[in-house]
Design a protein around this ligand. Structure first.
Ligand code: UDP
Length: 481
């Protein structure tokens, strides 16, 4: 017997870790605000990181809940410092997930692609599966076409440029910018096979981007790569209240009010914000180059220093060594810059009018957040697909300058080459003080307006969200006939 369907039920199964978990939580909240009954499946300690924002949504009658998946004691996957690498094995969650799904059958489950094991059991239960992989259309196209058409082994060196074939723009990359696992033909083939299997049988893919950011690549993703894609972002824009912005990802470890007060004392567009995301680690030697470069640029800054790579106390504070704490103290006394350790409220900082540039590792979320805040970038890619994101920012959108990072490495790996202080200084001056930068700032502000339009009624992302919800309703009605 068929009955009236007024809301679809969607489960969201995020990965553990900043760059993937944060946008998936936002996505669940966005769908709930569009009327889908949304449930986030997570572990107890991960739930704590976003519990408050969900409680606030519930108080405003948004249909969203958290479902805790428990594992035997002491086996919980935690990511309390938000730095789980992408290769953490989450398969301990298989049994609790399966048990829950057997008893609760949603209209679809959105899973992060890093839960590599989850596809099979969801398919066995015949629950529509939607993939979330955390990046945008442009990186997807560059990676796919490199993987399918470029024989990286035939290049004469790591620095020889190749043009990524088949794309709407001329995009040049080098082998040194491509993830290590893509340089090995066997591994590439295996990976491609796995992804094909994962995506092949799925209901579709959710992409955190917006059509106007990368229209040619959104079309390419759908028409040439054949991805059934709903482009639903930027999902970070669902964080409207001060609390949501402040606590996004997790509780900030800094006093956000004193940070905002400091920014209030600065002129518009006069401060550069520096952060390398939730997982990347830089060596103390690299931090020192950044510090000297910043000092020489004479630009005010907020610098979120993440975990330091392989550093011993001796290396950080030993006699004769350069000491970050001393630099921090000096900058504070000169009222030139703030250095934060730990977790910063990135959205709040980026949106402040004093911020005029973002030195970023080009994680997809940071890139989108910078775009949404109308802030041009200094691009300093390190790992994952960040080198492709850099190309989008500097070569396609032309809203950033490259610092000159040339070599892909794992997030916790020391680079062969440092980016020297002169390069840092030059990039900061170019972004903060040149005519070229004024043009970039003008352009990025236009894109920021387009982003805001995409997520409100009549916008492309708004439409794609409703279309997925409608597709699920239609599917349910069809299955009841
Ligand atoms: N982030 C934050 N505070 C920090 C560091 C990171 O709020 O101190 C957030 C940032 O706003 C973004 C996410 O963490 O939403 C990082 O994702 P991204 O894709 O930029 O990089 P990843 O961490 O995956 O390398």
């Amino acid at each position: 017997m068929g009955h009236e369907i007024d809301s679809v039920e969607m489960f969201f199964f995020p990965f553990v870790g900043g760059g993937h978990q944060i946008p998936m939580i936002d996505t669940a909240r966005v769908f709930a605000k569009h009327g889908a009954k949304s449930t986030i499946l997570t572990t107890p300690s991960n739930a704590l990181q976003f519990q408050n924002s969900i409680t606030r949504d519930q108080k405003s009658n948004v249909p969203i809940t958290i479902q805790i998946l428990t594992t035997p004691e002491d086996t919980e996957i935690t990511d309390t410092d938000m730095s789980a690498g992408p290769f953490i094995d989450t398969s301990i969650l298989l049994e609790p997930l399966k048990q829950f799904l057997v008893q609760n059958r949603p209209d679809c489950i959105v899973i992060d692609m890093f839960h590599r094991w989850a596809g099979d059991i969801i398919d066995e239960l015949e629950i529509p599966r939607v993939i979330f992989n955390g990046n945008g259309c442009f990186p997807r196209c560059v990676i796919e076409n490199t993987r399918n058409h470029v024989v990286l082994e035939n290049l004469s060196s790591d620095s020889e440029p190749y043009v990524v074939p088949g794309l709407p723009d001329r995009i040049e990359m080098t082998r040194s910018q491509v993830p290590i696992f893509m340089r090995n033909p066997t591994q590439t083939a295996q990976f491609a096979e796995r992804m094909k299997k994962l995506e092949g049988k799925c209901f579709g893919t959710i992409i955190n981007s917006f059509y106007d950011l990368e229209p040619a690549y959104a079309d390419y993703t759908r028409n040439e790569l054949g991805t059934k894609a709903w482009i639903v972002g930027p999902v970070s824009l669902c964080n409207r209240s001060l609390e949501d912005k402040k606590e996004r990802g997790k509780q900030p470890t800094i006093d956000e009010q004193s940070c905002l007060n400091w920014l209030n004392s600065k002129k518009p567009n006069s401060v550069i914000y520096i952060s390398f995301g939730s997982v990347a680690r830089l060596s103390i030697k690299q931090l020192k180059e950044i510090a000297y470069g910043l000092e020489a640029s004479d630009q005010s800054f907020i610098w979120v220093v993440g975990k330091i790579l392989n550093s011993s106390k001796e290396e950080e504070t030993g006699s004769g060594n350069w000491v970050l704490d001393e630099f921090e103290q000096k900058m504070k006394e000169m009222d030139k810059g703030l250095i934060f350790r730990g977790w910063a409220p990135q959205l709040l900082i980026l949106e402040h009018e004093a911020i005029g540039g973002f030195m970023t590792h080009c994680g997809w979320n940071s890139t989108l957040e910078s775009v949404c805040a109308g802030v041009p970038m200094i691009t300093w890619p390190l790992s994952a697909e960040q080198f492709t994101n850099e190309k989008l920012v500097t070569d396609v959108l032309r809203i950033g300058v490259q610092v000159g990072s040339k070599e892909w490495g794992s997030f916790d790996e020391e680079r062969k080459e440092l980016v020297g202080r002169e390069k840092v200084e030059l990039a900061v001056k170019k972004l903060m003080k040149s005519e070229e930068a004024d043009e970039m700032r003008r352009k990025v502000k236009v894109i920021a307006e387009n982003a805001k339009r995409a997520v409100v009624e009549g916008g492309t992302s708004y439409g794609d969200i409703d279309s997925l919800i409608q597709g699920l309703k239609t599917r349910r009605i069809a299955s009841q006939v």
